[in-house]
Design a protein around this ligand. Structure first.
Ligand SMILES: [Fe+2]
Length: 303
């Protein structure tokens, strides 16, 4: 079998054929997928019925796994699946659908806002790999937006204005947009804002992209309302339909996206239907910018 990739959207997204992800991959296959990710930013694989272990093994081809800690309000003892996988489902530890007003469900509804995974971490994620184990009959699409196309379409004046802007990202900002504002003292510490550049350059292709997310709630040096109005305008620009692909899930699809050059969001589905998706996440190489406390700390404290 040889891997082949067909572009299925005018600006990005490839559909991959000719590989069984349950088996160990050759170095050539891994290279072909990495090259496809650099070029298309999102890759879709159909008919890949993976176990958790197979998904983790396959993911390790692309770097270190980012563990699913510090990104949710679910307590460790209530986890349904291993910590190498983020639980993108509406199910509790006993595989029962969350009540409509369950705090964990309400927090997870933040996934319906445009975002880049783990932009609220000092080292944001490289890839996300999402496996559709049980998909709802209707709704529940994942939409992707190409942040390279969004950057390219800015006028020169705006490109110059955004070039060196630093944003602050936090789960508290994205959840706040939905009126989810009650956090414990511990959650406030875990979800403390981190700094991210607004413009990133891809390490492989050298293309620039906008690093946006609903987690971004401030711009360093800007008044908050001006920053939020500007970020909202940027997100509107970046998610115009010409830059967006809607993935309609089939059971056993695996979709990989590059968080450094795309945003995504989940779409609504019925509250009482099961949606069991499991995500492995590949950690990024490093921060996009120094954190505030790095810069302010005396040199001795930074060692
Ligand atoms: Fe996400």
């Amino acid at each position: 079998m040889t891997i082949s990739i067909r572009q299925i959207h005018p600006v990005f997204v490839g559909e991959v054929k000719g590989v069984d992800l349950r088996r160990p991959l050759s170095a050539e296959d891994v290279e072909a997928i990495e090259a496809g990710m650099a070029r298309y930013a999102v890759l879709v694989f159909h008919d890949q019925p993976l176990s958790d272990e197979q998904q983790v093994d396959f993911s390790r081809n692309f770097g270190e796994i980012e563990l699913a800690v510090g990104s949710n309000v679910t307590r460790p003892e209530d986890r349904r699946i291993p910590v190498e996988l983020a639980d993108i489902s509406n199910l509790d530890r006993d595989h029962q659908v969350f009540a409509r007003d369950d705090r964990r469900r309400m927090f997870n509804l933040g996934n319906e806002l445009w975002h880049s995974d783990s932009s609220f971490r000092a080292i944001p994620a490289k890839y996300s790999l999402l496996s559709g184990r049980v998909v709802p009959k209707a709704g529940g699409n994942t939409e992707f937006a190409d942040m390279r196309a969004a950057y390219d379409a800015l006028d020169d004046e705006t490109k110059a204005e955004v070039e060196d802007l630093i944003c602050e990202h936090s789960l508290i900002y994205s959840r706040g947009l939905l009126g989810f504002a009650e956090f414990t003292a511990e959650e406030k510490v875990t979800f403390a804002p981190v700094r991210q550049r607004l413009v990133r350059t891809h390490p492989v292709t050298g293309r620039k992209s906008l690093f946006l997310a609903s987690h971004a709630g401030a711009i360093v040096g800007w008044p908050v309302p001006e920053a939020r109005a500007f970020l909202r305008e940027m997100v509107e620009h970046a998610t115009q339909r010409a830059f967006v692909h809607a993935h309609q899930w089939r059971q056993h699809d695996l979709v990989i996206w590059d968080n450094r050059q795309t945003m995504h969001r989940a779409r609504r589905y019925k509250a009482d239907e099961v949606r069991d998706m499991r995500r492995t996440t590949i950690a990024g190489d490093g921060p996009t910018v120094a954190q505030a406390d790095d810069a302010e700390a005396p040199p001795a404290a930074r060692a």
